[in-house]
Design a protein around this ligand. Structure first.
Ligand SMILES: [Zn+2]
Ligand SMILES: [Zn+2]
Ligand SMILES: [Zn+2]
Length: 799
């Protein structure tokens, strides 16, 4: 008897073939196993009962990193092979498969790394089939060494023998390396011609010199650019306020929090409270940045994380070392390394200036980061695809993604329906794009805020790389409705001769949440609470209650339109929004503390802009309402990063939230659609400010009011449509207090509530929504392809 088995899913670069080899040998089966660009193919022959057992154990005992999507078994004619063998990989025309994300160093390699008797003792590029770089070094499929950036390193005899031995942990570990044949590190100091480059054949003392020097520089307060897995980091001692302040200064980053990397869990626990789920997330093989609650400082404790790392916040983004190089930088116990003690917690922020993409290659890094870093810790293993650190937090018992990138991308979101090949280009901020085919939506790594040419170039390159790796030639390009987004311009000017589909931003959010939850097409209530999104009427939407399916949506209710003086630039000055809303609603705020330090002329201009309707778009944005209230009650008048005022308001409201009562509000169903009016709410808040109520208490009451409005509107939508399901999506739901209040409140009223599980609720998730909407709403025959001048002749508007 013989069977031919095709396995699809993430089955390459994860030790799948040696596992198959071991299993077949154990069961006395003959035949072969082979990687193709479509997955793994197996031919097994032997006794029937052994074949049955083989097929069963194939999924039951699969290696930890393998993700099997399908196993197809067919009868085959016996190959009369006398043994079981692993065959060379085959490239199959047009075939593709999901590829593994990068994996943090595994416990076995970590043990070897710190074992003085091991060949790879303190070698910064140790890896095996269960760990190491994957996505970031892959140039093509099938995933074999010649298709990675490791191709240029010739394996030594020792590595080759491990690579070829099916019983070895490094069998076909494509990035396999050792001190004799693999990549090396180098330390370069700026303003000094001294470079600690490391001769290949050398004693460990010499090999370690760059790392020891880096540890010393960090201890002494220097800022280092360190080449990592998916790009460069800028690092400094997190406990040193001068170093952190200097890093902020050089990076042009005023208040936006920095992430830190801690040597181990003990170091994390010394500064943050740790739930069990948070501990698991920190220690898992994806090693994201986890948002944790900071411990309250007691007087006697020395502070190992400066306040300047995350000003005005009660949380800290923390990760553990995920490459061997990180371990060597932060290790506190190894006797060789301990000669240069190093702080147990380092700031580890992306290696870029302001919002540019992170640097990935040495030359680019040396050019762009020289004004930012005192020294560079470089290595010569190239990064092919940029991948920033992912950011997650624990939401109840599950994981919420704030940025889904290294360790997760490009694992696909599996859809419950088949999709056309589509490119969805995403939004403007926190951009990711999405490519679909079959049942897969490949949501890209984090691209960033599309505010400069570098990020745009990184976006174009990313699209090209992923489309190539997954062999996707798209039939449609989906984009946001905003006419001036870089991504819209990309969609318009693409040379691809395919139709474009414009998708409304908040519809995309809700569809993203539906697809994220594996829902079939249906109509449900969507609460899209967000910062900014272009509406079908040209206004700036963001406080939207939609009745949405994949193909279509209807606007059931929204926050009333109010003027945004100066347009997008008001986002940086919440006081303008507050003063503008008050002026438009006829509420007098001149006596309030928040206006006391505002230039009178600037205030006059804001009011004139509104009266004369000059550069003053209308907005129904929920994010802007949070900004306005935060400013009105005195939290801050200007922000230096997105949602700063709202985030600080959330922090302040925490102690008061349990006892807080909602403010009055008004919902008007008489006019053209349902409007949520804000005059009553803002007037009541202002009365509390005048009565010198605590800012935290007012903040808490405001959160309660928004939650009450959300639940009230859902009940009205249910009464009018019969739909009992609610999807929550949009950046505002990163506010955990609001999310908990609304989700729990809706469940108490017997709603079924969907929230994101695999992709971010912020704009990092909208490409997924754009893709599924384009899939459902679009028919190839309906639309003409783009005209030769690059403009779409018929860009379909989804309303
Ligand atoms: Zn390993
Ligand atoms: Zn070697
Ligand atoms: Zn959005």
């Amino acid at each position: 008897m013989a069977k031919h088995i095709s396995v699809k899913g993430v089955v390459q670069g994860v030790g799948f073939r040696p596992f198959v080899y071991g299993l077949a040998t154990r069961l006395n089966l003959h035949g072969w196993v082979c990687n193709t660009s479509g997955g793994v193919e197996i031919l097994v022959e032997g006794q029937n009962c052994q074949l049955e057992e083989f097929i069963q154990l194939l999924t039951m005992e699969k290696p930890p990193l393998a993700k099997i999507d399908s196993v197809e078994v067919e009868d085959a004619s016996p190959a009369a092979s006398p043994v079981f063998e692993i065959r060379e990989s085959e490239s199959v025309e047009g075939a593709y498969q999901p590829i593994s994300a990068d994996v943090a160093i595994c416990p076995d390699c970590e043990r070897e790394l710190f074992n003085p008797k091991d060949k790879r003792y303190l070698y910064p590029f140790i890896n095996c089939t269960n760990c190491g770089p994957r996505f970031t070094i892959i140039k093509d499929i099938p995933y074999d060494r010649p298709n990675t950036t490791m191709a240029e390193f010739l394996m030594c005899d020792h590595c080759r023998s491990e690579y070829l031995n099916p019983l070895d942990r490094r069998f076909h570990a494509q990035p396999i390396a050792c001190p004799d044949c693999g990549p090396i590190v180098e330390l370069r100091e700026i303003h000094s011609h001294f470079s600690t480059s490391v001769p290949r054949i050398s004693s460990i003392e010499i090999r370690l010199s760059a790392i020891l020097k880096a540890r010393r520089l960090l201890r002494e307060g220097s800022i280092l650019a360190i080449k990592g897995l998916g790009g460069f980091h800028l690092a400094c001692d997190a406990s040193n306020p001068y170093a952190v302040a200097e890093l902020r200064n050089r990076k042009g980053r005023v208040d936006k929090p920095f992430a830190v990397m801690a040597a181990n869990i003990t170091a994390v626990a010394s500064v943050c409270n740790l739930l069990r789920e948070e501990h698991l997330l920190l220690a898992g093989h994806e090693k994201p940045i986890v948002l944790l609650t900071r411990r309250k400082q007691t007087g006697s404790l020395t502070n190992s994380v400066s306040e300047l790392v995350a000003p005005n916040l009660d949380t800290l983004g923390v990760m553990l070392p995920y490459t061997p190089l990180h371990h060597l930088l932060l290790n506190q116990t190894d006797p060789m390394l301990a000669r240069e003690p190093v702080p147990a917690i380092l700031v580890m922020t992306s290696g870029n200036y302001s919002e540019e993409p992170i640097a990935i290659d040495n030359k680019d890094a040396l050019e762009r980061l020289s004004p930012l870093a005192d020294a560079f810790l470089l290595h010569n293993r190239d990064i092919h695809i940029r991948s920033d650190d992912s950011i997650v937090k624990v939401d109840g018992g599950s994981t919420a993604y704030l940025r889904r990138s290294r360790g997760y991308a490009p694992y696909p979101v599996k859809l419950p329906f088949e999709v056309k090949p589509i490119l969805a280009v995403g939004g403007e901020l926190k951009n990711t794009f999405c490519l679909t085919r079959d049942h897969y939506a490949f949501l890209s790594h984090h691209i960033g805020d599309m505010e400069n040419a570098e990020t745009y170039a990184s976006f174009e390159q990313g699209v090209q790389q992923l489309a190539h790796i997954f062999r996707i030639e798209c039939d449609v390009i989906a984009h946001d409705l905003h006419p001036n987004y870089f991504t819209t311009l990309f969609a318009r000017s693409s040379k691809l001769d395919v139709p474009r589909v414009g998708v409304q931003h908040h519809h995309a959010h809700i569809a993203s949440c539906m697809a994220d939850n594996g829902l079939d097409d249906r109509r449900l209530i969507g609460l899209s609470f967000d910062g900014t999104g272009y509406g079908t009427d040209g206004a700036i939407w963001g406080g939207e209650v939609l009745l949405a399916s994949y193909a279509d949506f209807e606007r059931f209710a929204h926050l009333e339109y109010l003027p945004l003086p100066g347009g997008d630039s008001a986002i940086r000055s919440p006081w303008r929004i507050a003063a503008g809303y008050a002026h438009a609603l006829g509420i007098d705020v001149d006596d309030l503390p928040f206006l006391q330090n505002i230039d009178k002329q600037a205030l006059r201009i804001v009011r004139q802009q509104i009266d004369r309707k000059l550069n003053t778009p209308l907005t129904s944005s929920m994010g802007r309402l949070f900004d306005a209230v935060a400013s009105l009650i005195g939290i801050r008048n200007d922000v230096s990063y997105e949602a700063q005022a709202a985030i600080e308001m959330e922090v302040l409201s925490k102690p008061f939230i349990l006892s807080a009562k909602p403010y009055p509000y008004a919902i008007d169903e008489t006019g053209n659609g349902t409007n949520i009016h804000l005059k009553e709410l803002l007037t009541a808040i202002i009365e509390d400010v005048r009565a010198h109520e605590a800012i935290g208490k007012i903040s808490a009451r405001f959160h309660k009011t928004v939650a009450e409005i959300a639940i009230d509107i859902c009940k009205r939508a249910r009464a009018s449509t019969g739909s009992n399901e609610v999807a929550l999506s949009g950046g505002v739901w990163q506010n955990q207090i609001l999310l908990d209040l609304v989700r729990d409140g809706l469940k108490r009223k017997d709603f079924i509530v969907y929230f994101h599980k695999q992709v971010p609720t912020n704009d990092g998730g909208i490409a997924l929504g754009q893709a599924v909407i384009a899939n459902f709403s679009y028919d190839v025959r309906e639309l003409a392809p783009a005209t030769t001048d690059g403009k779409p002749s018929d860009s379909k508007l989804i309303r």
